[in-house]
Design a protein around this ligand. Structure first.
Ligand code: BT5
Length: 254
């Protein structure tokens, strides 16, 4: 059995058999909680993705967890924490020998299919952040039958891809340790350098043609780089560059 060796992240862990959503639980207690508190549940009855989408969270088979953070950073910096979490999860998969890529801004994919999604939410006023909740959902040991019709084309699990069961406890410990390392480096240096090295190296998009979906419109562009803030830079066929802020646009075409 591994032991968690972090300073703050996961020092307090709330563990549930079932909840509506670990992000909802986290937001409900965040004001009174310490930085780094973690909520984990075996099942979510109302797991959520971005823009109110559903997140399938069957019992005992996934990692459904949320981290409460109270950094002294401007609210605009919250999307950077999504990148830090994606880098941490991706590196943890690497350690398990699981080939994976980061699909900016908030997915980890195996063989082009989604195995992990990240949902970053925050509370605060202009210029003053109260807390950030970072929700991480990982399809660890889901079987084919757990993938509902609407997601089975685009989603998978580590077990399905690797053929073996993942020790979820060890995976959680590894992710929390890697997350703390990258997060503390970011707070200390005020730069995302370490995270961006991972996000670039592991990117599923960089160098590729992708579709930007803006409302009803779709634009074919090349993903060319991540900037120092963790935003995606794309280029159209005329050579016009655009910087994409996470959450503004979703990307299809993988
Ligand atoms: C995300 O949203 O990818 C963020 C998912 C965050 C889930 C975690 S679990 C712990 C914490 N508590 C919560 O309530 N949420 C967080 P988005 O990029 O919007 O992707 C959502 C879309 O992914 C859905 O519309 C489905 O198409 C698909 N999807 C739903 N469940 C999935 C699953 N288990 N695996 C892969 N794809 C899924």
């Amino acid at each position: 059995e591994r032991k968690l060796s972090t300073n703050h992240i996961g020092k307090t862990i709330y563990y549930y058999d079932t909840v509506d959503s670990t992000n909802i639980k986290a937001k409900n207690i965040a004001l009174d909680e310490n930085n780094g508190a973690v909520i984990i549940s075996e099942e979510q009855t109302k797991g959520r993705g971005r823009l109110g989408r559903d997140w399938i969270s069957p019992k005992y088979k996934g990692v459904w967890m949320s981290i409460i953070l109270k950094p002294n950073i401007p609210p605009e910096d919250a999307p950077k924490i999504t990148q830090i979490a994606a880098a941490a999860v991706s590196k943890s998969f690497d350690d398990l020998g699981i080939k994976n890529k980061i699909k900016w801004p908030n997915d980890i994919v195996i063989n082009k299919k989604k195995v992990c999604g990240i949902l970053t939410e925050m509370s605060g006023e202009i210029g003053r952040l109260k807390y950030i909740v970072i929700g991480i959902g990982i399809n660890a040991n889901l079987d084919e039958k757990d993938l509902t019709d609407d997601i089975k084309e685009m989603a998978t699990s580590i077990k399905i891809e690797n053929g073996s069961i993942v020790n979820r406890e060890n995976l959680i410990i590894d992710i929390l340790e890697k997350f703390e390392y990258l997060y503390e480096d970011f707070l200390k240096t005020k730069s995302l350098n370490k995270t961006l090295d991972i996000c670039s190296e592991k990117s599923a998009l960089l160098g590729k043609m992708v579709y930007l979906v803006k409302g009803e419109e779709r634009f074919k562009v090349r993903a060319i780089d991540l900037d120092s803030e963790g935003r995606l830079i794309v280029e159209d066929k005329l050579g016009n560059k655009e910087t994409i802020i996470s959450g503004e646009i979703s990307i299809r075409g993988l």
